[in-house]
Design a binder for this molecule. Structure first.
Ligand code: FE2
Length: 278
């Protein structure tokens, strides 16, 4: 399994390389979580039969290439003791910087409306697997005189929070080029058209204009409607030249999109993408 390679020119004096991965979707469960979870695991495994092999290969590539893993979420498909143990074992033995997706907090996939209260039922247990704040954190990676600030924000539920926008502004103020890491890609018209053509029902993007979601079914409309803070977030990102690139996932494809004139790289169709910022 070979990674794909993408080079992004942002004017650095020396290259900085990372391994971008997304949407691994581990589906482990055992009797400790009860039969309902074991049945869920068996069902979900059919959709992600290669998840363990993909994670192992991702780890092998990270060690072989000496590159940190920048993961944009859905490393696990649902919360279970076995999935959390597997995630923690991976994070303890690899250099991984994590931005969570919607599935990180799924207790049973699709069983309930997913919002902050739902997420908080499992947030502490999921957070305990990882070394960075999985909902909002930054990591500066250097190579000689070059430095890039990777800012990871959880937008797995299609919206951003005021504190996340404030945090992003604080990070931009540090003066380094910023790469934004999010699970759900940001709306761009061609991406919307292509994503909608693939799914047939909705585009699964954040920040889609209201007129383009008007024919979503009521559940998806409520889920993906752009709130005021999210609209403000997109406007800020679009107008902030320090934000050089967006890394995202969620769509389970490798797709080179854009957002407001900068690259928006969506990964998750292959094991990993080597991204070189230069
Ligand atoms: Fe996913």
């Amino acid at each position: 399994m070979q990674p794909i390679h993408t080079s992004i020119e942002i004017g650095l004096p020396a290259p900085i390389r990372v391994l971008h991965a997304s949407d691994t979707h581990l589906t482990h469960a055992d009797a400790r979580d009860g039969q309902r979870k074991v049945d869920l695991a068996a069902s979900r495994l059919r959709g992600f039969p290669d998840a363990d092999a993909r994670l192992a290969e991702l780890g092998r590539l990270s060690h072989q290439l000496g590159l940190p893993i920048m993961h944009t979420g859905d490393l696990i498909d649902f919360v279970s003791l076995a999935n959390l143990e597997a995630a923690k074992a991976f994070a303890d033995s690899h250099d991984i910087f994590m931005a969570t997706g919607n599935h990180e907090f799924s207790l049973y996939v699709g069983e309930a409306w997913e919002d902050a209260d739902y997420r908080n039922q499992s947030l502490a247990a999921v957070q305990a697997c990882y070394k960075n704040d999985i909902r909002m954190s930054s990591r500066i990676i250097k190579n000689g005189d070059a430095a890039v600030n990777f800012v990871a924000l959880d937008n797995g539920y299609y919206y951003f929070e005021p504190r996340q926008l404030a945090f992003l502004k604080e990070q931009v103020a540090l003066g380094l080029p910023v790469v934004l890491m999010i699970h759900t890609p940001l709306y761009e018209r061609k991406l919307y058209d292509d994503a909608r053509a693939r799914s047939g029902s909705c585009a699964y993007l954040a920040g889609v204009p209201d007129e383009l979601i008007a024919d979503y079914d009521p559940y998806r409309y409520r889920q993906q409607k752009t709130d005021a803070t999210t609209a403000e977030f997109l406007e800020y990102v679009a107008g902030e030249p320090a934000i050089k690139c967006i890394l995202a996932g969620h769509l389970h494809v490798d797709y080179d999109s854009t957002f407001a004139g900068r690259p928006q790289l969506i990964s998750g169709g292959s094991v990993a993408r080597v991204v070189e910022f230069c």
